[in-house]
Design a protein around this ligand. Structure first.
Ligand SMILES: Nc1ncnc2c1ncn2[C@@H]1O[C@H](COP(=O)(O)OP(=O)(O)OP(=O)(O)O)[C@@H](O)[C@H]1O
Ligand SMILES: [Mg+2]
Length: 230
């Protein structure tokens, strides 16, 4: 998938793009006291739609003029450089290993107000790098420069990376692929996030086949919405 294939760019008026905008709105309203700047996107298992959700969310965030940066923190299966059709020669791992200055890892996506930091050179110890003080500092510097920071991660049940990163984030989103996710794994993912006191912003139910348009829908379930129904 290339940036031009992102649905929020190719079909901004489609119901799916609209649901990404609903996600954006819900995130904005999910916290009145605290600004939600750093958002971790994860799922229990592989291939549920983390990178797709993170990319489309980043696009709709940028579309409102929010200065946004998306970071590929999936060192095991990095994909965002492919989505945005960019080089992955240098990225976050190189910054954390102090090989390059942080400004040099930031690339332009071609989407207005949206920058990207790709995964970079594959490190032998991703969890250690992501949990490091350098990562915390890096995020602090990005907070000064950007309004929104979206972090794509590997599956949370397989490796600790997303759980570690959630400690530095203001909120996290759990993507659940409706037909492929295993219920126990999804519950386990939520439990792992709660263990580190992650602020669960909501669950994205992805790959919901209801459109017959070749692209499955993405629906969002929010605790706030559930509260409203009561
Ligand atoms: N809503 C959707 N409708 C149709 N296809 C989708 C949808 N969301 C994701 N996909 C497709 O499913 C595949 C996996 O998506 P994606 O790469 O976003 O998942 P991931 O959770 O990041 O995977 P990984 O665990 O490998 O990082 C991709 O080919 C993507 O294009
Ligand atoms: Mg991915």
């Amino acid at each position: 998938m290339k940036v031009s294939e992102l649905i929020t760019i190719t079909k901004p008026l489609s119901p799916i793009s609209e649901s990404y905008r609903t996600l954006r709105t819900n995130i904005k309203f999910s916290s009145v006291d605290k600004d939600i700047k750093v958002i971790v996107v994860t799922s229990s298992g592989p291939g549920e739609g983390k990178s797709t959700t993170a990319s489309n969310l980043a696009v709709v965030m940028a579309q409102t003029g929010n200065k946004t940066v998306i970071i590929d923190c999936d060192q095991r299966k990095p994909r965002l450089h492919k989505v945005f059709n960019l080089s992955n020669e240098r990225g976050i791992s190189d910054v954390l290993a102090k090989e390059i200055k942080f400004e040099d890892a930031i690339q332009d996506t071609g989407v207005k107000d949206l920058a990207i930091i790709t995964s970079g050179t594959k490190p032998p110890n991703p969890a250690e790098l992501l949990a490091s003080g350098a990562m915390k500092e890096f995020l602090e510097s990005l907070r000064e420069k950007y309004d929104t920071i979206i972090i794509d991660t590997p599956p949370i049940v397989a490796v600790t990376d997303a759980q570690l990163l959630s400690r530095y984030a203001d909120g996290c989103i759990l993507v659940v692929a409706s037909e492929q996710a295993d219920r126990d794994a999804a519950m386990k993912a939520r439990e792992l996030l709660e263990k580190v006191d992650a602020n669960m912003l909501g669950v994205v139910l992805n790959k919901v086949d209801g459109s017959h348009k070749g692209y499955y829908g993405a629906y969002y379930s929010y605790y706030a919405e559930e509260e409203e129904k009561k």
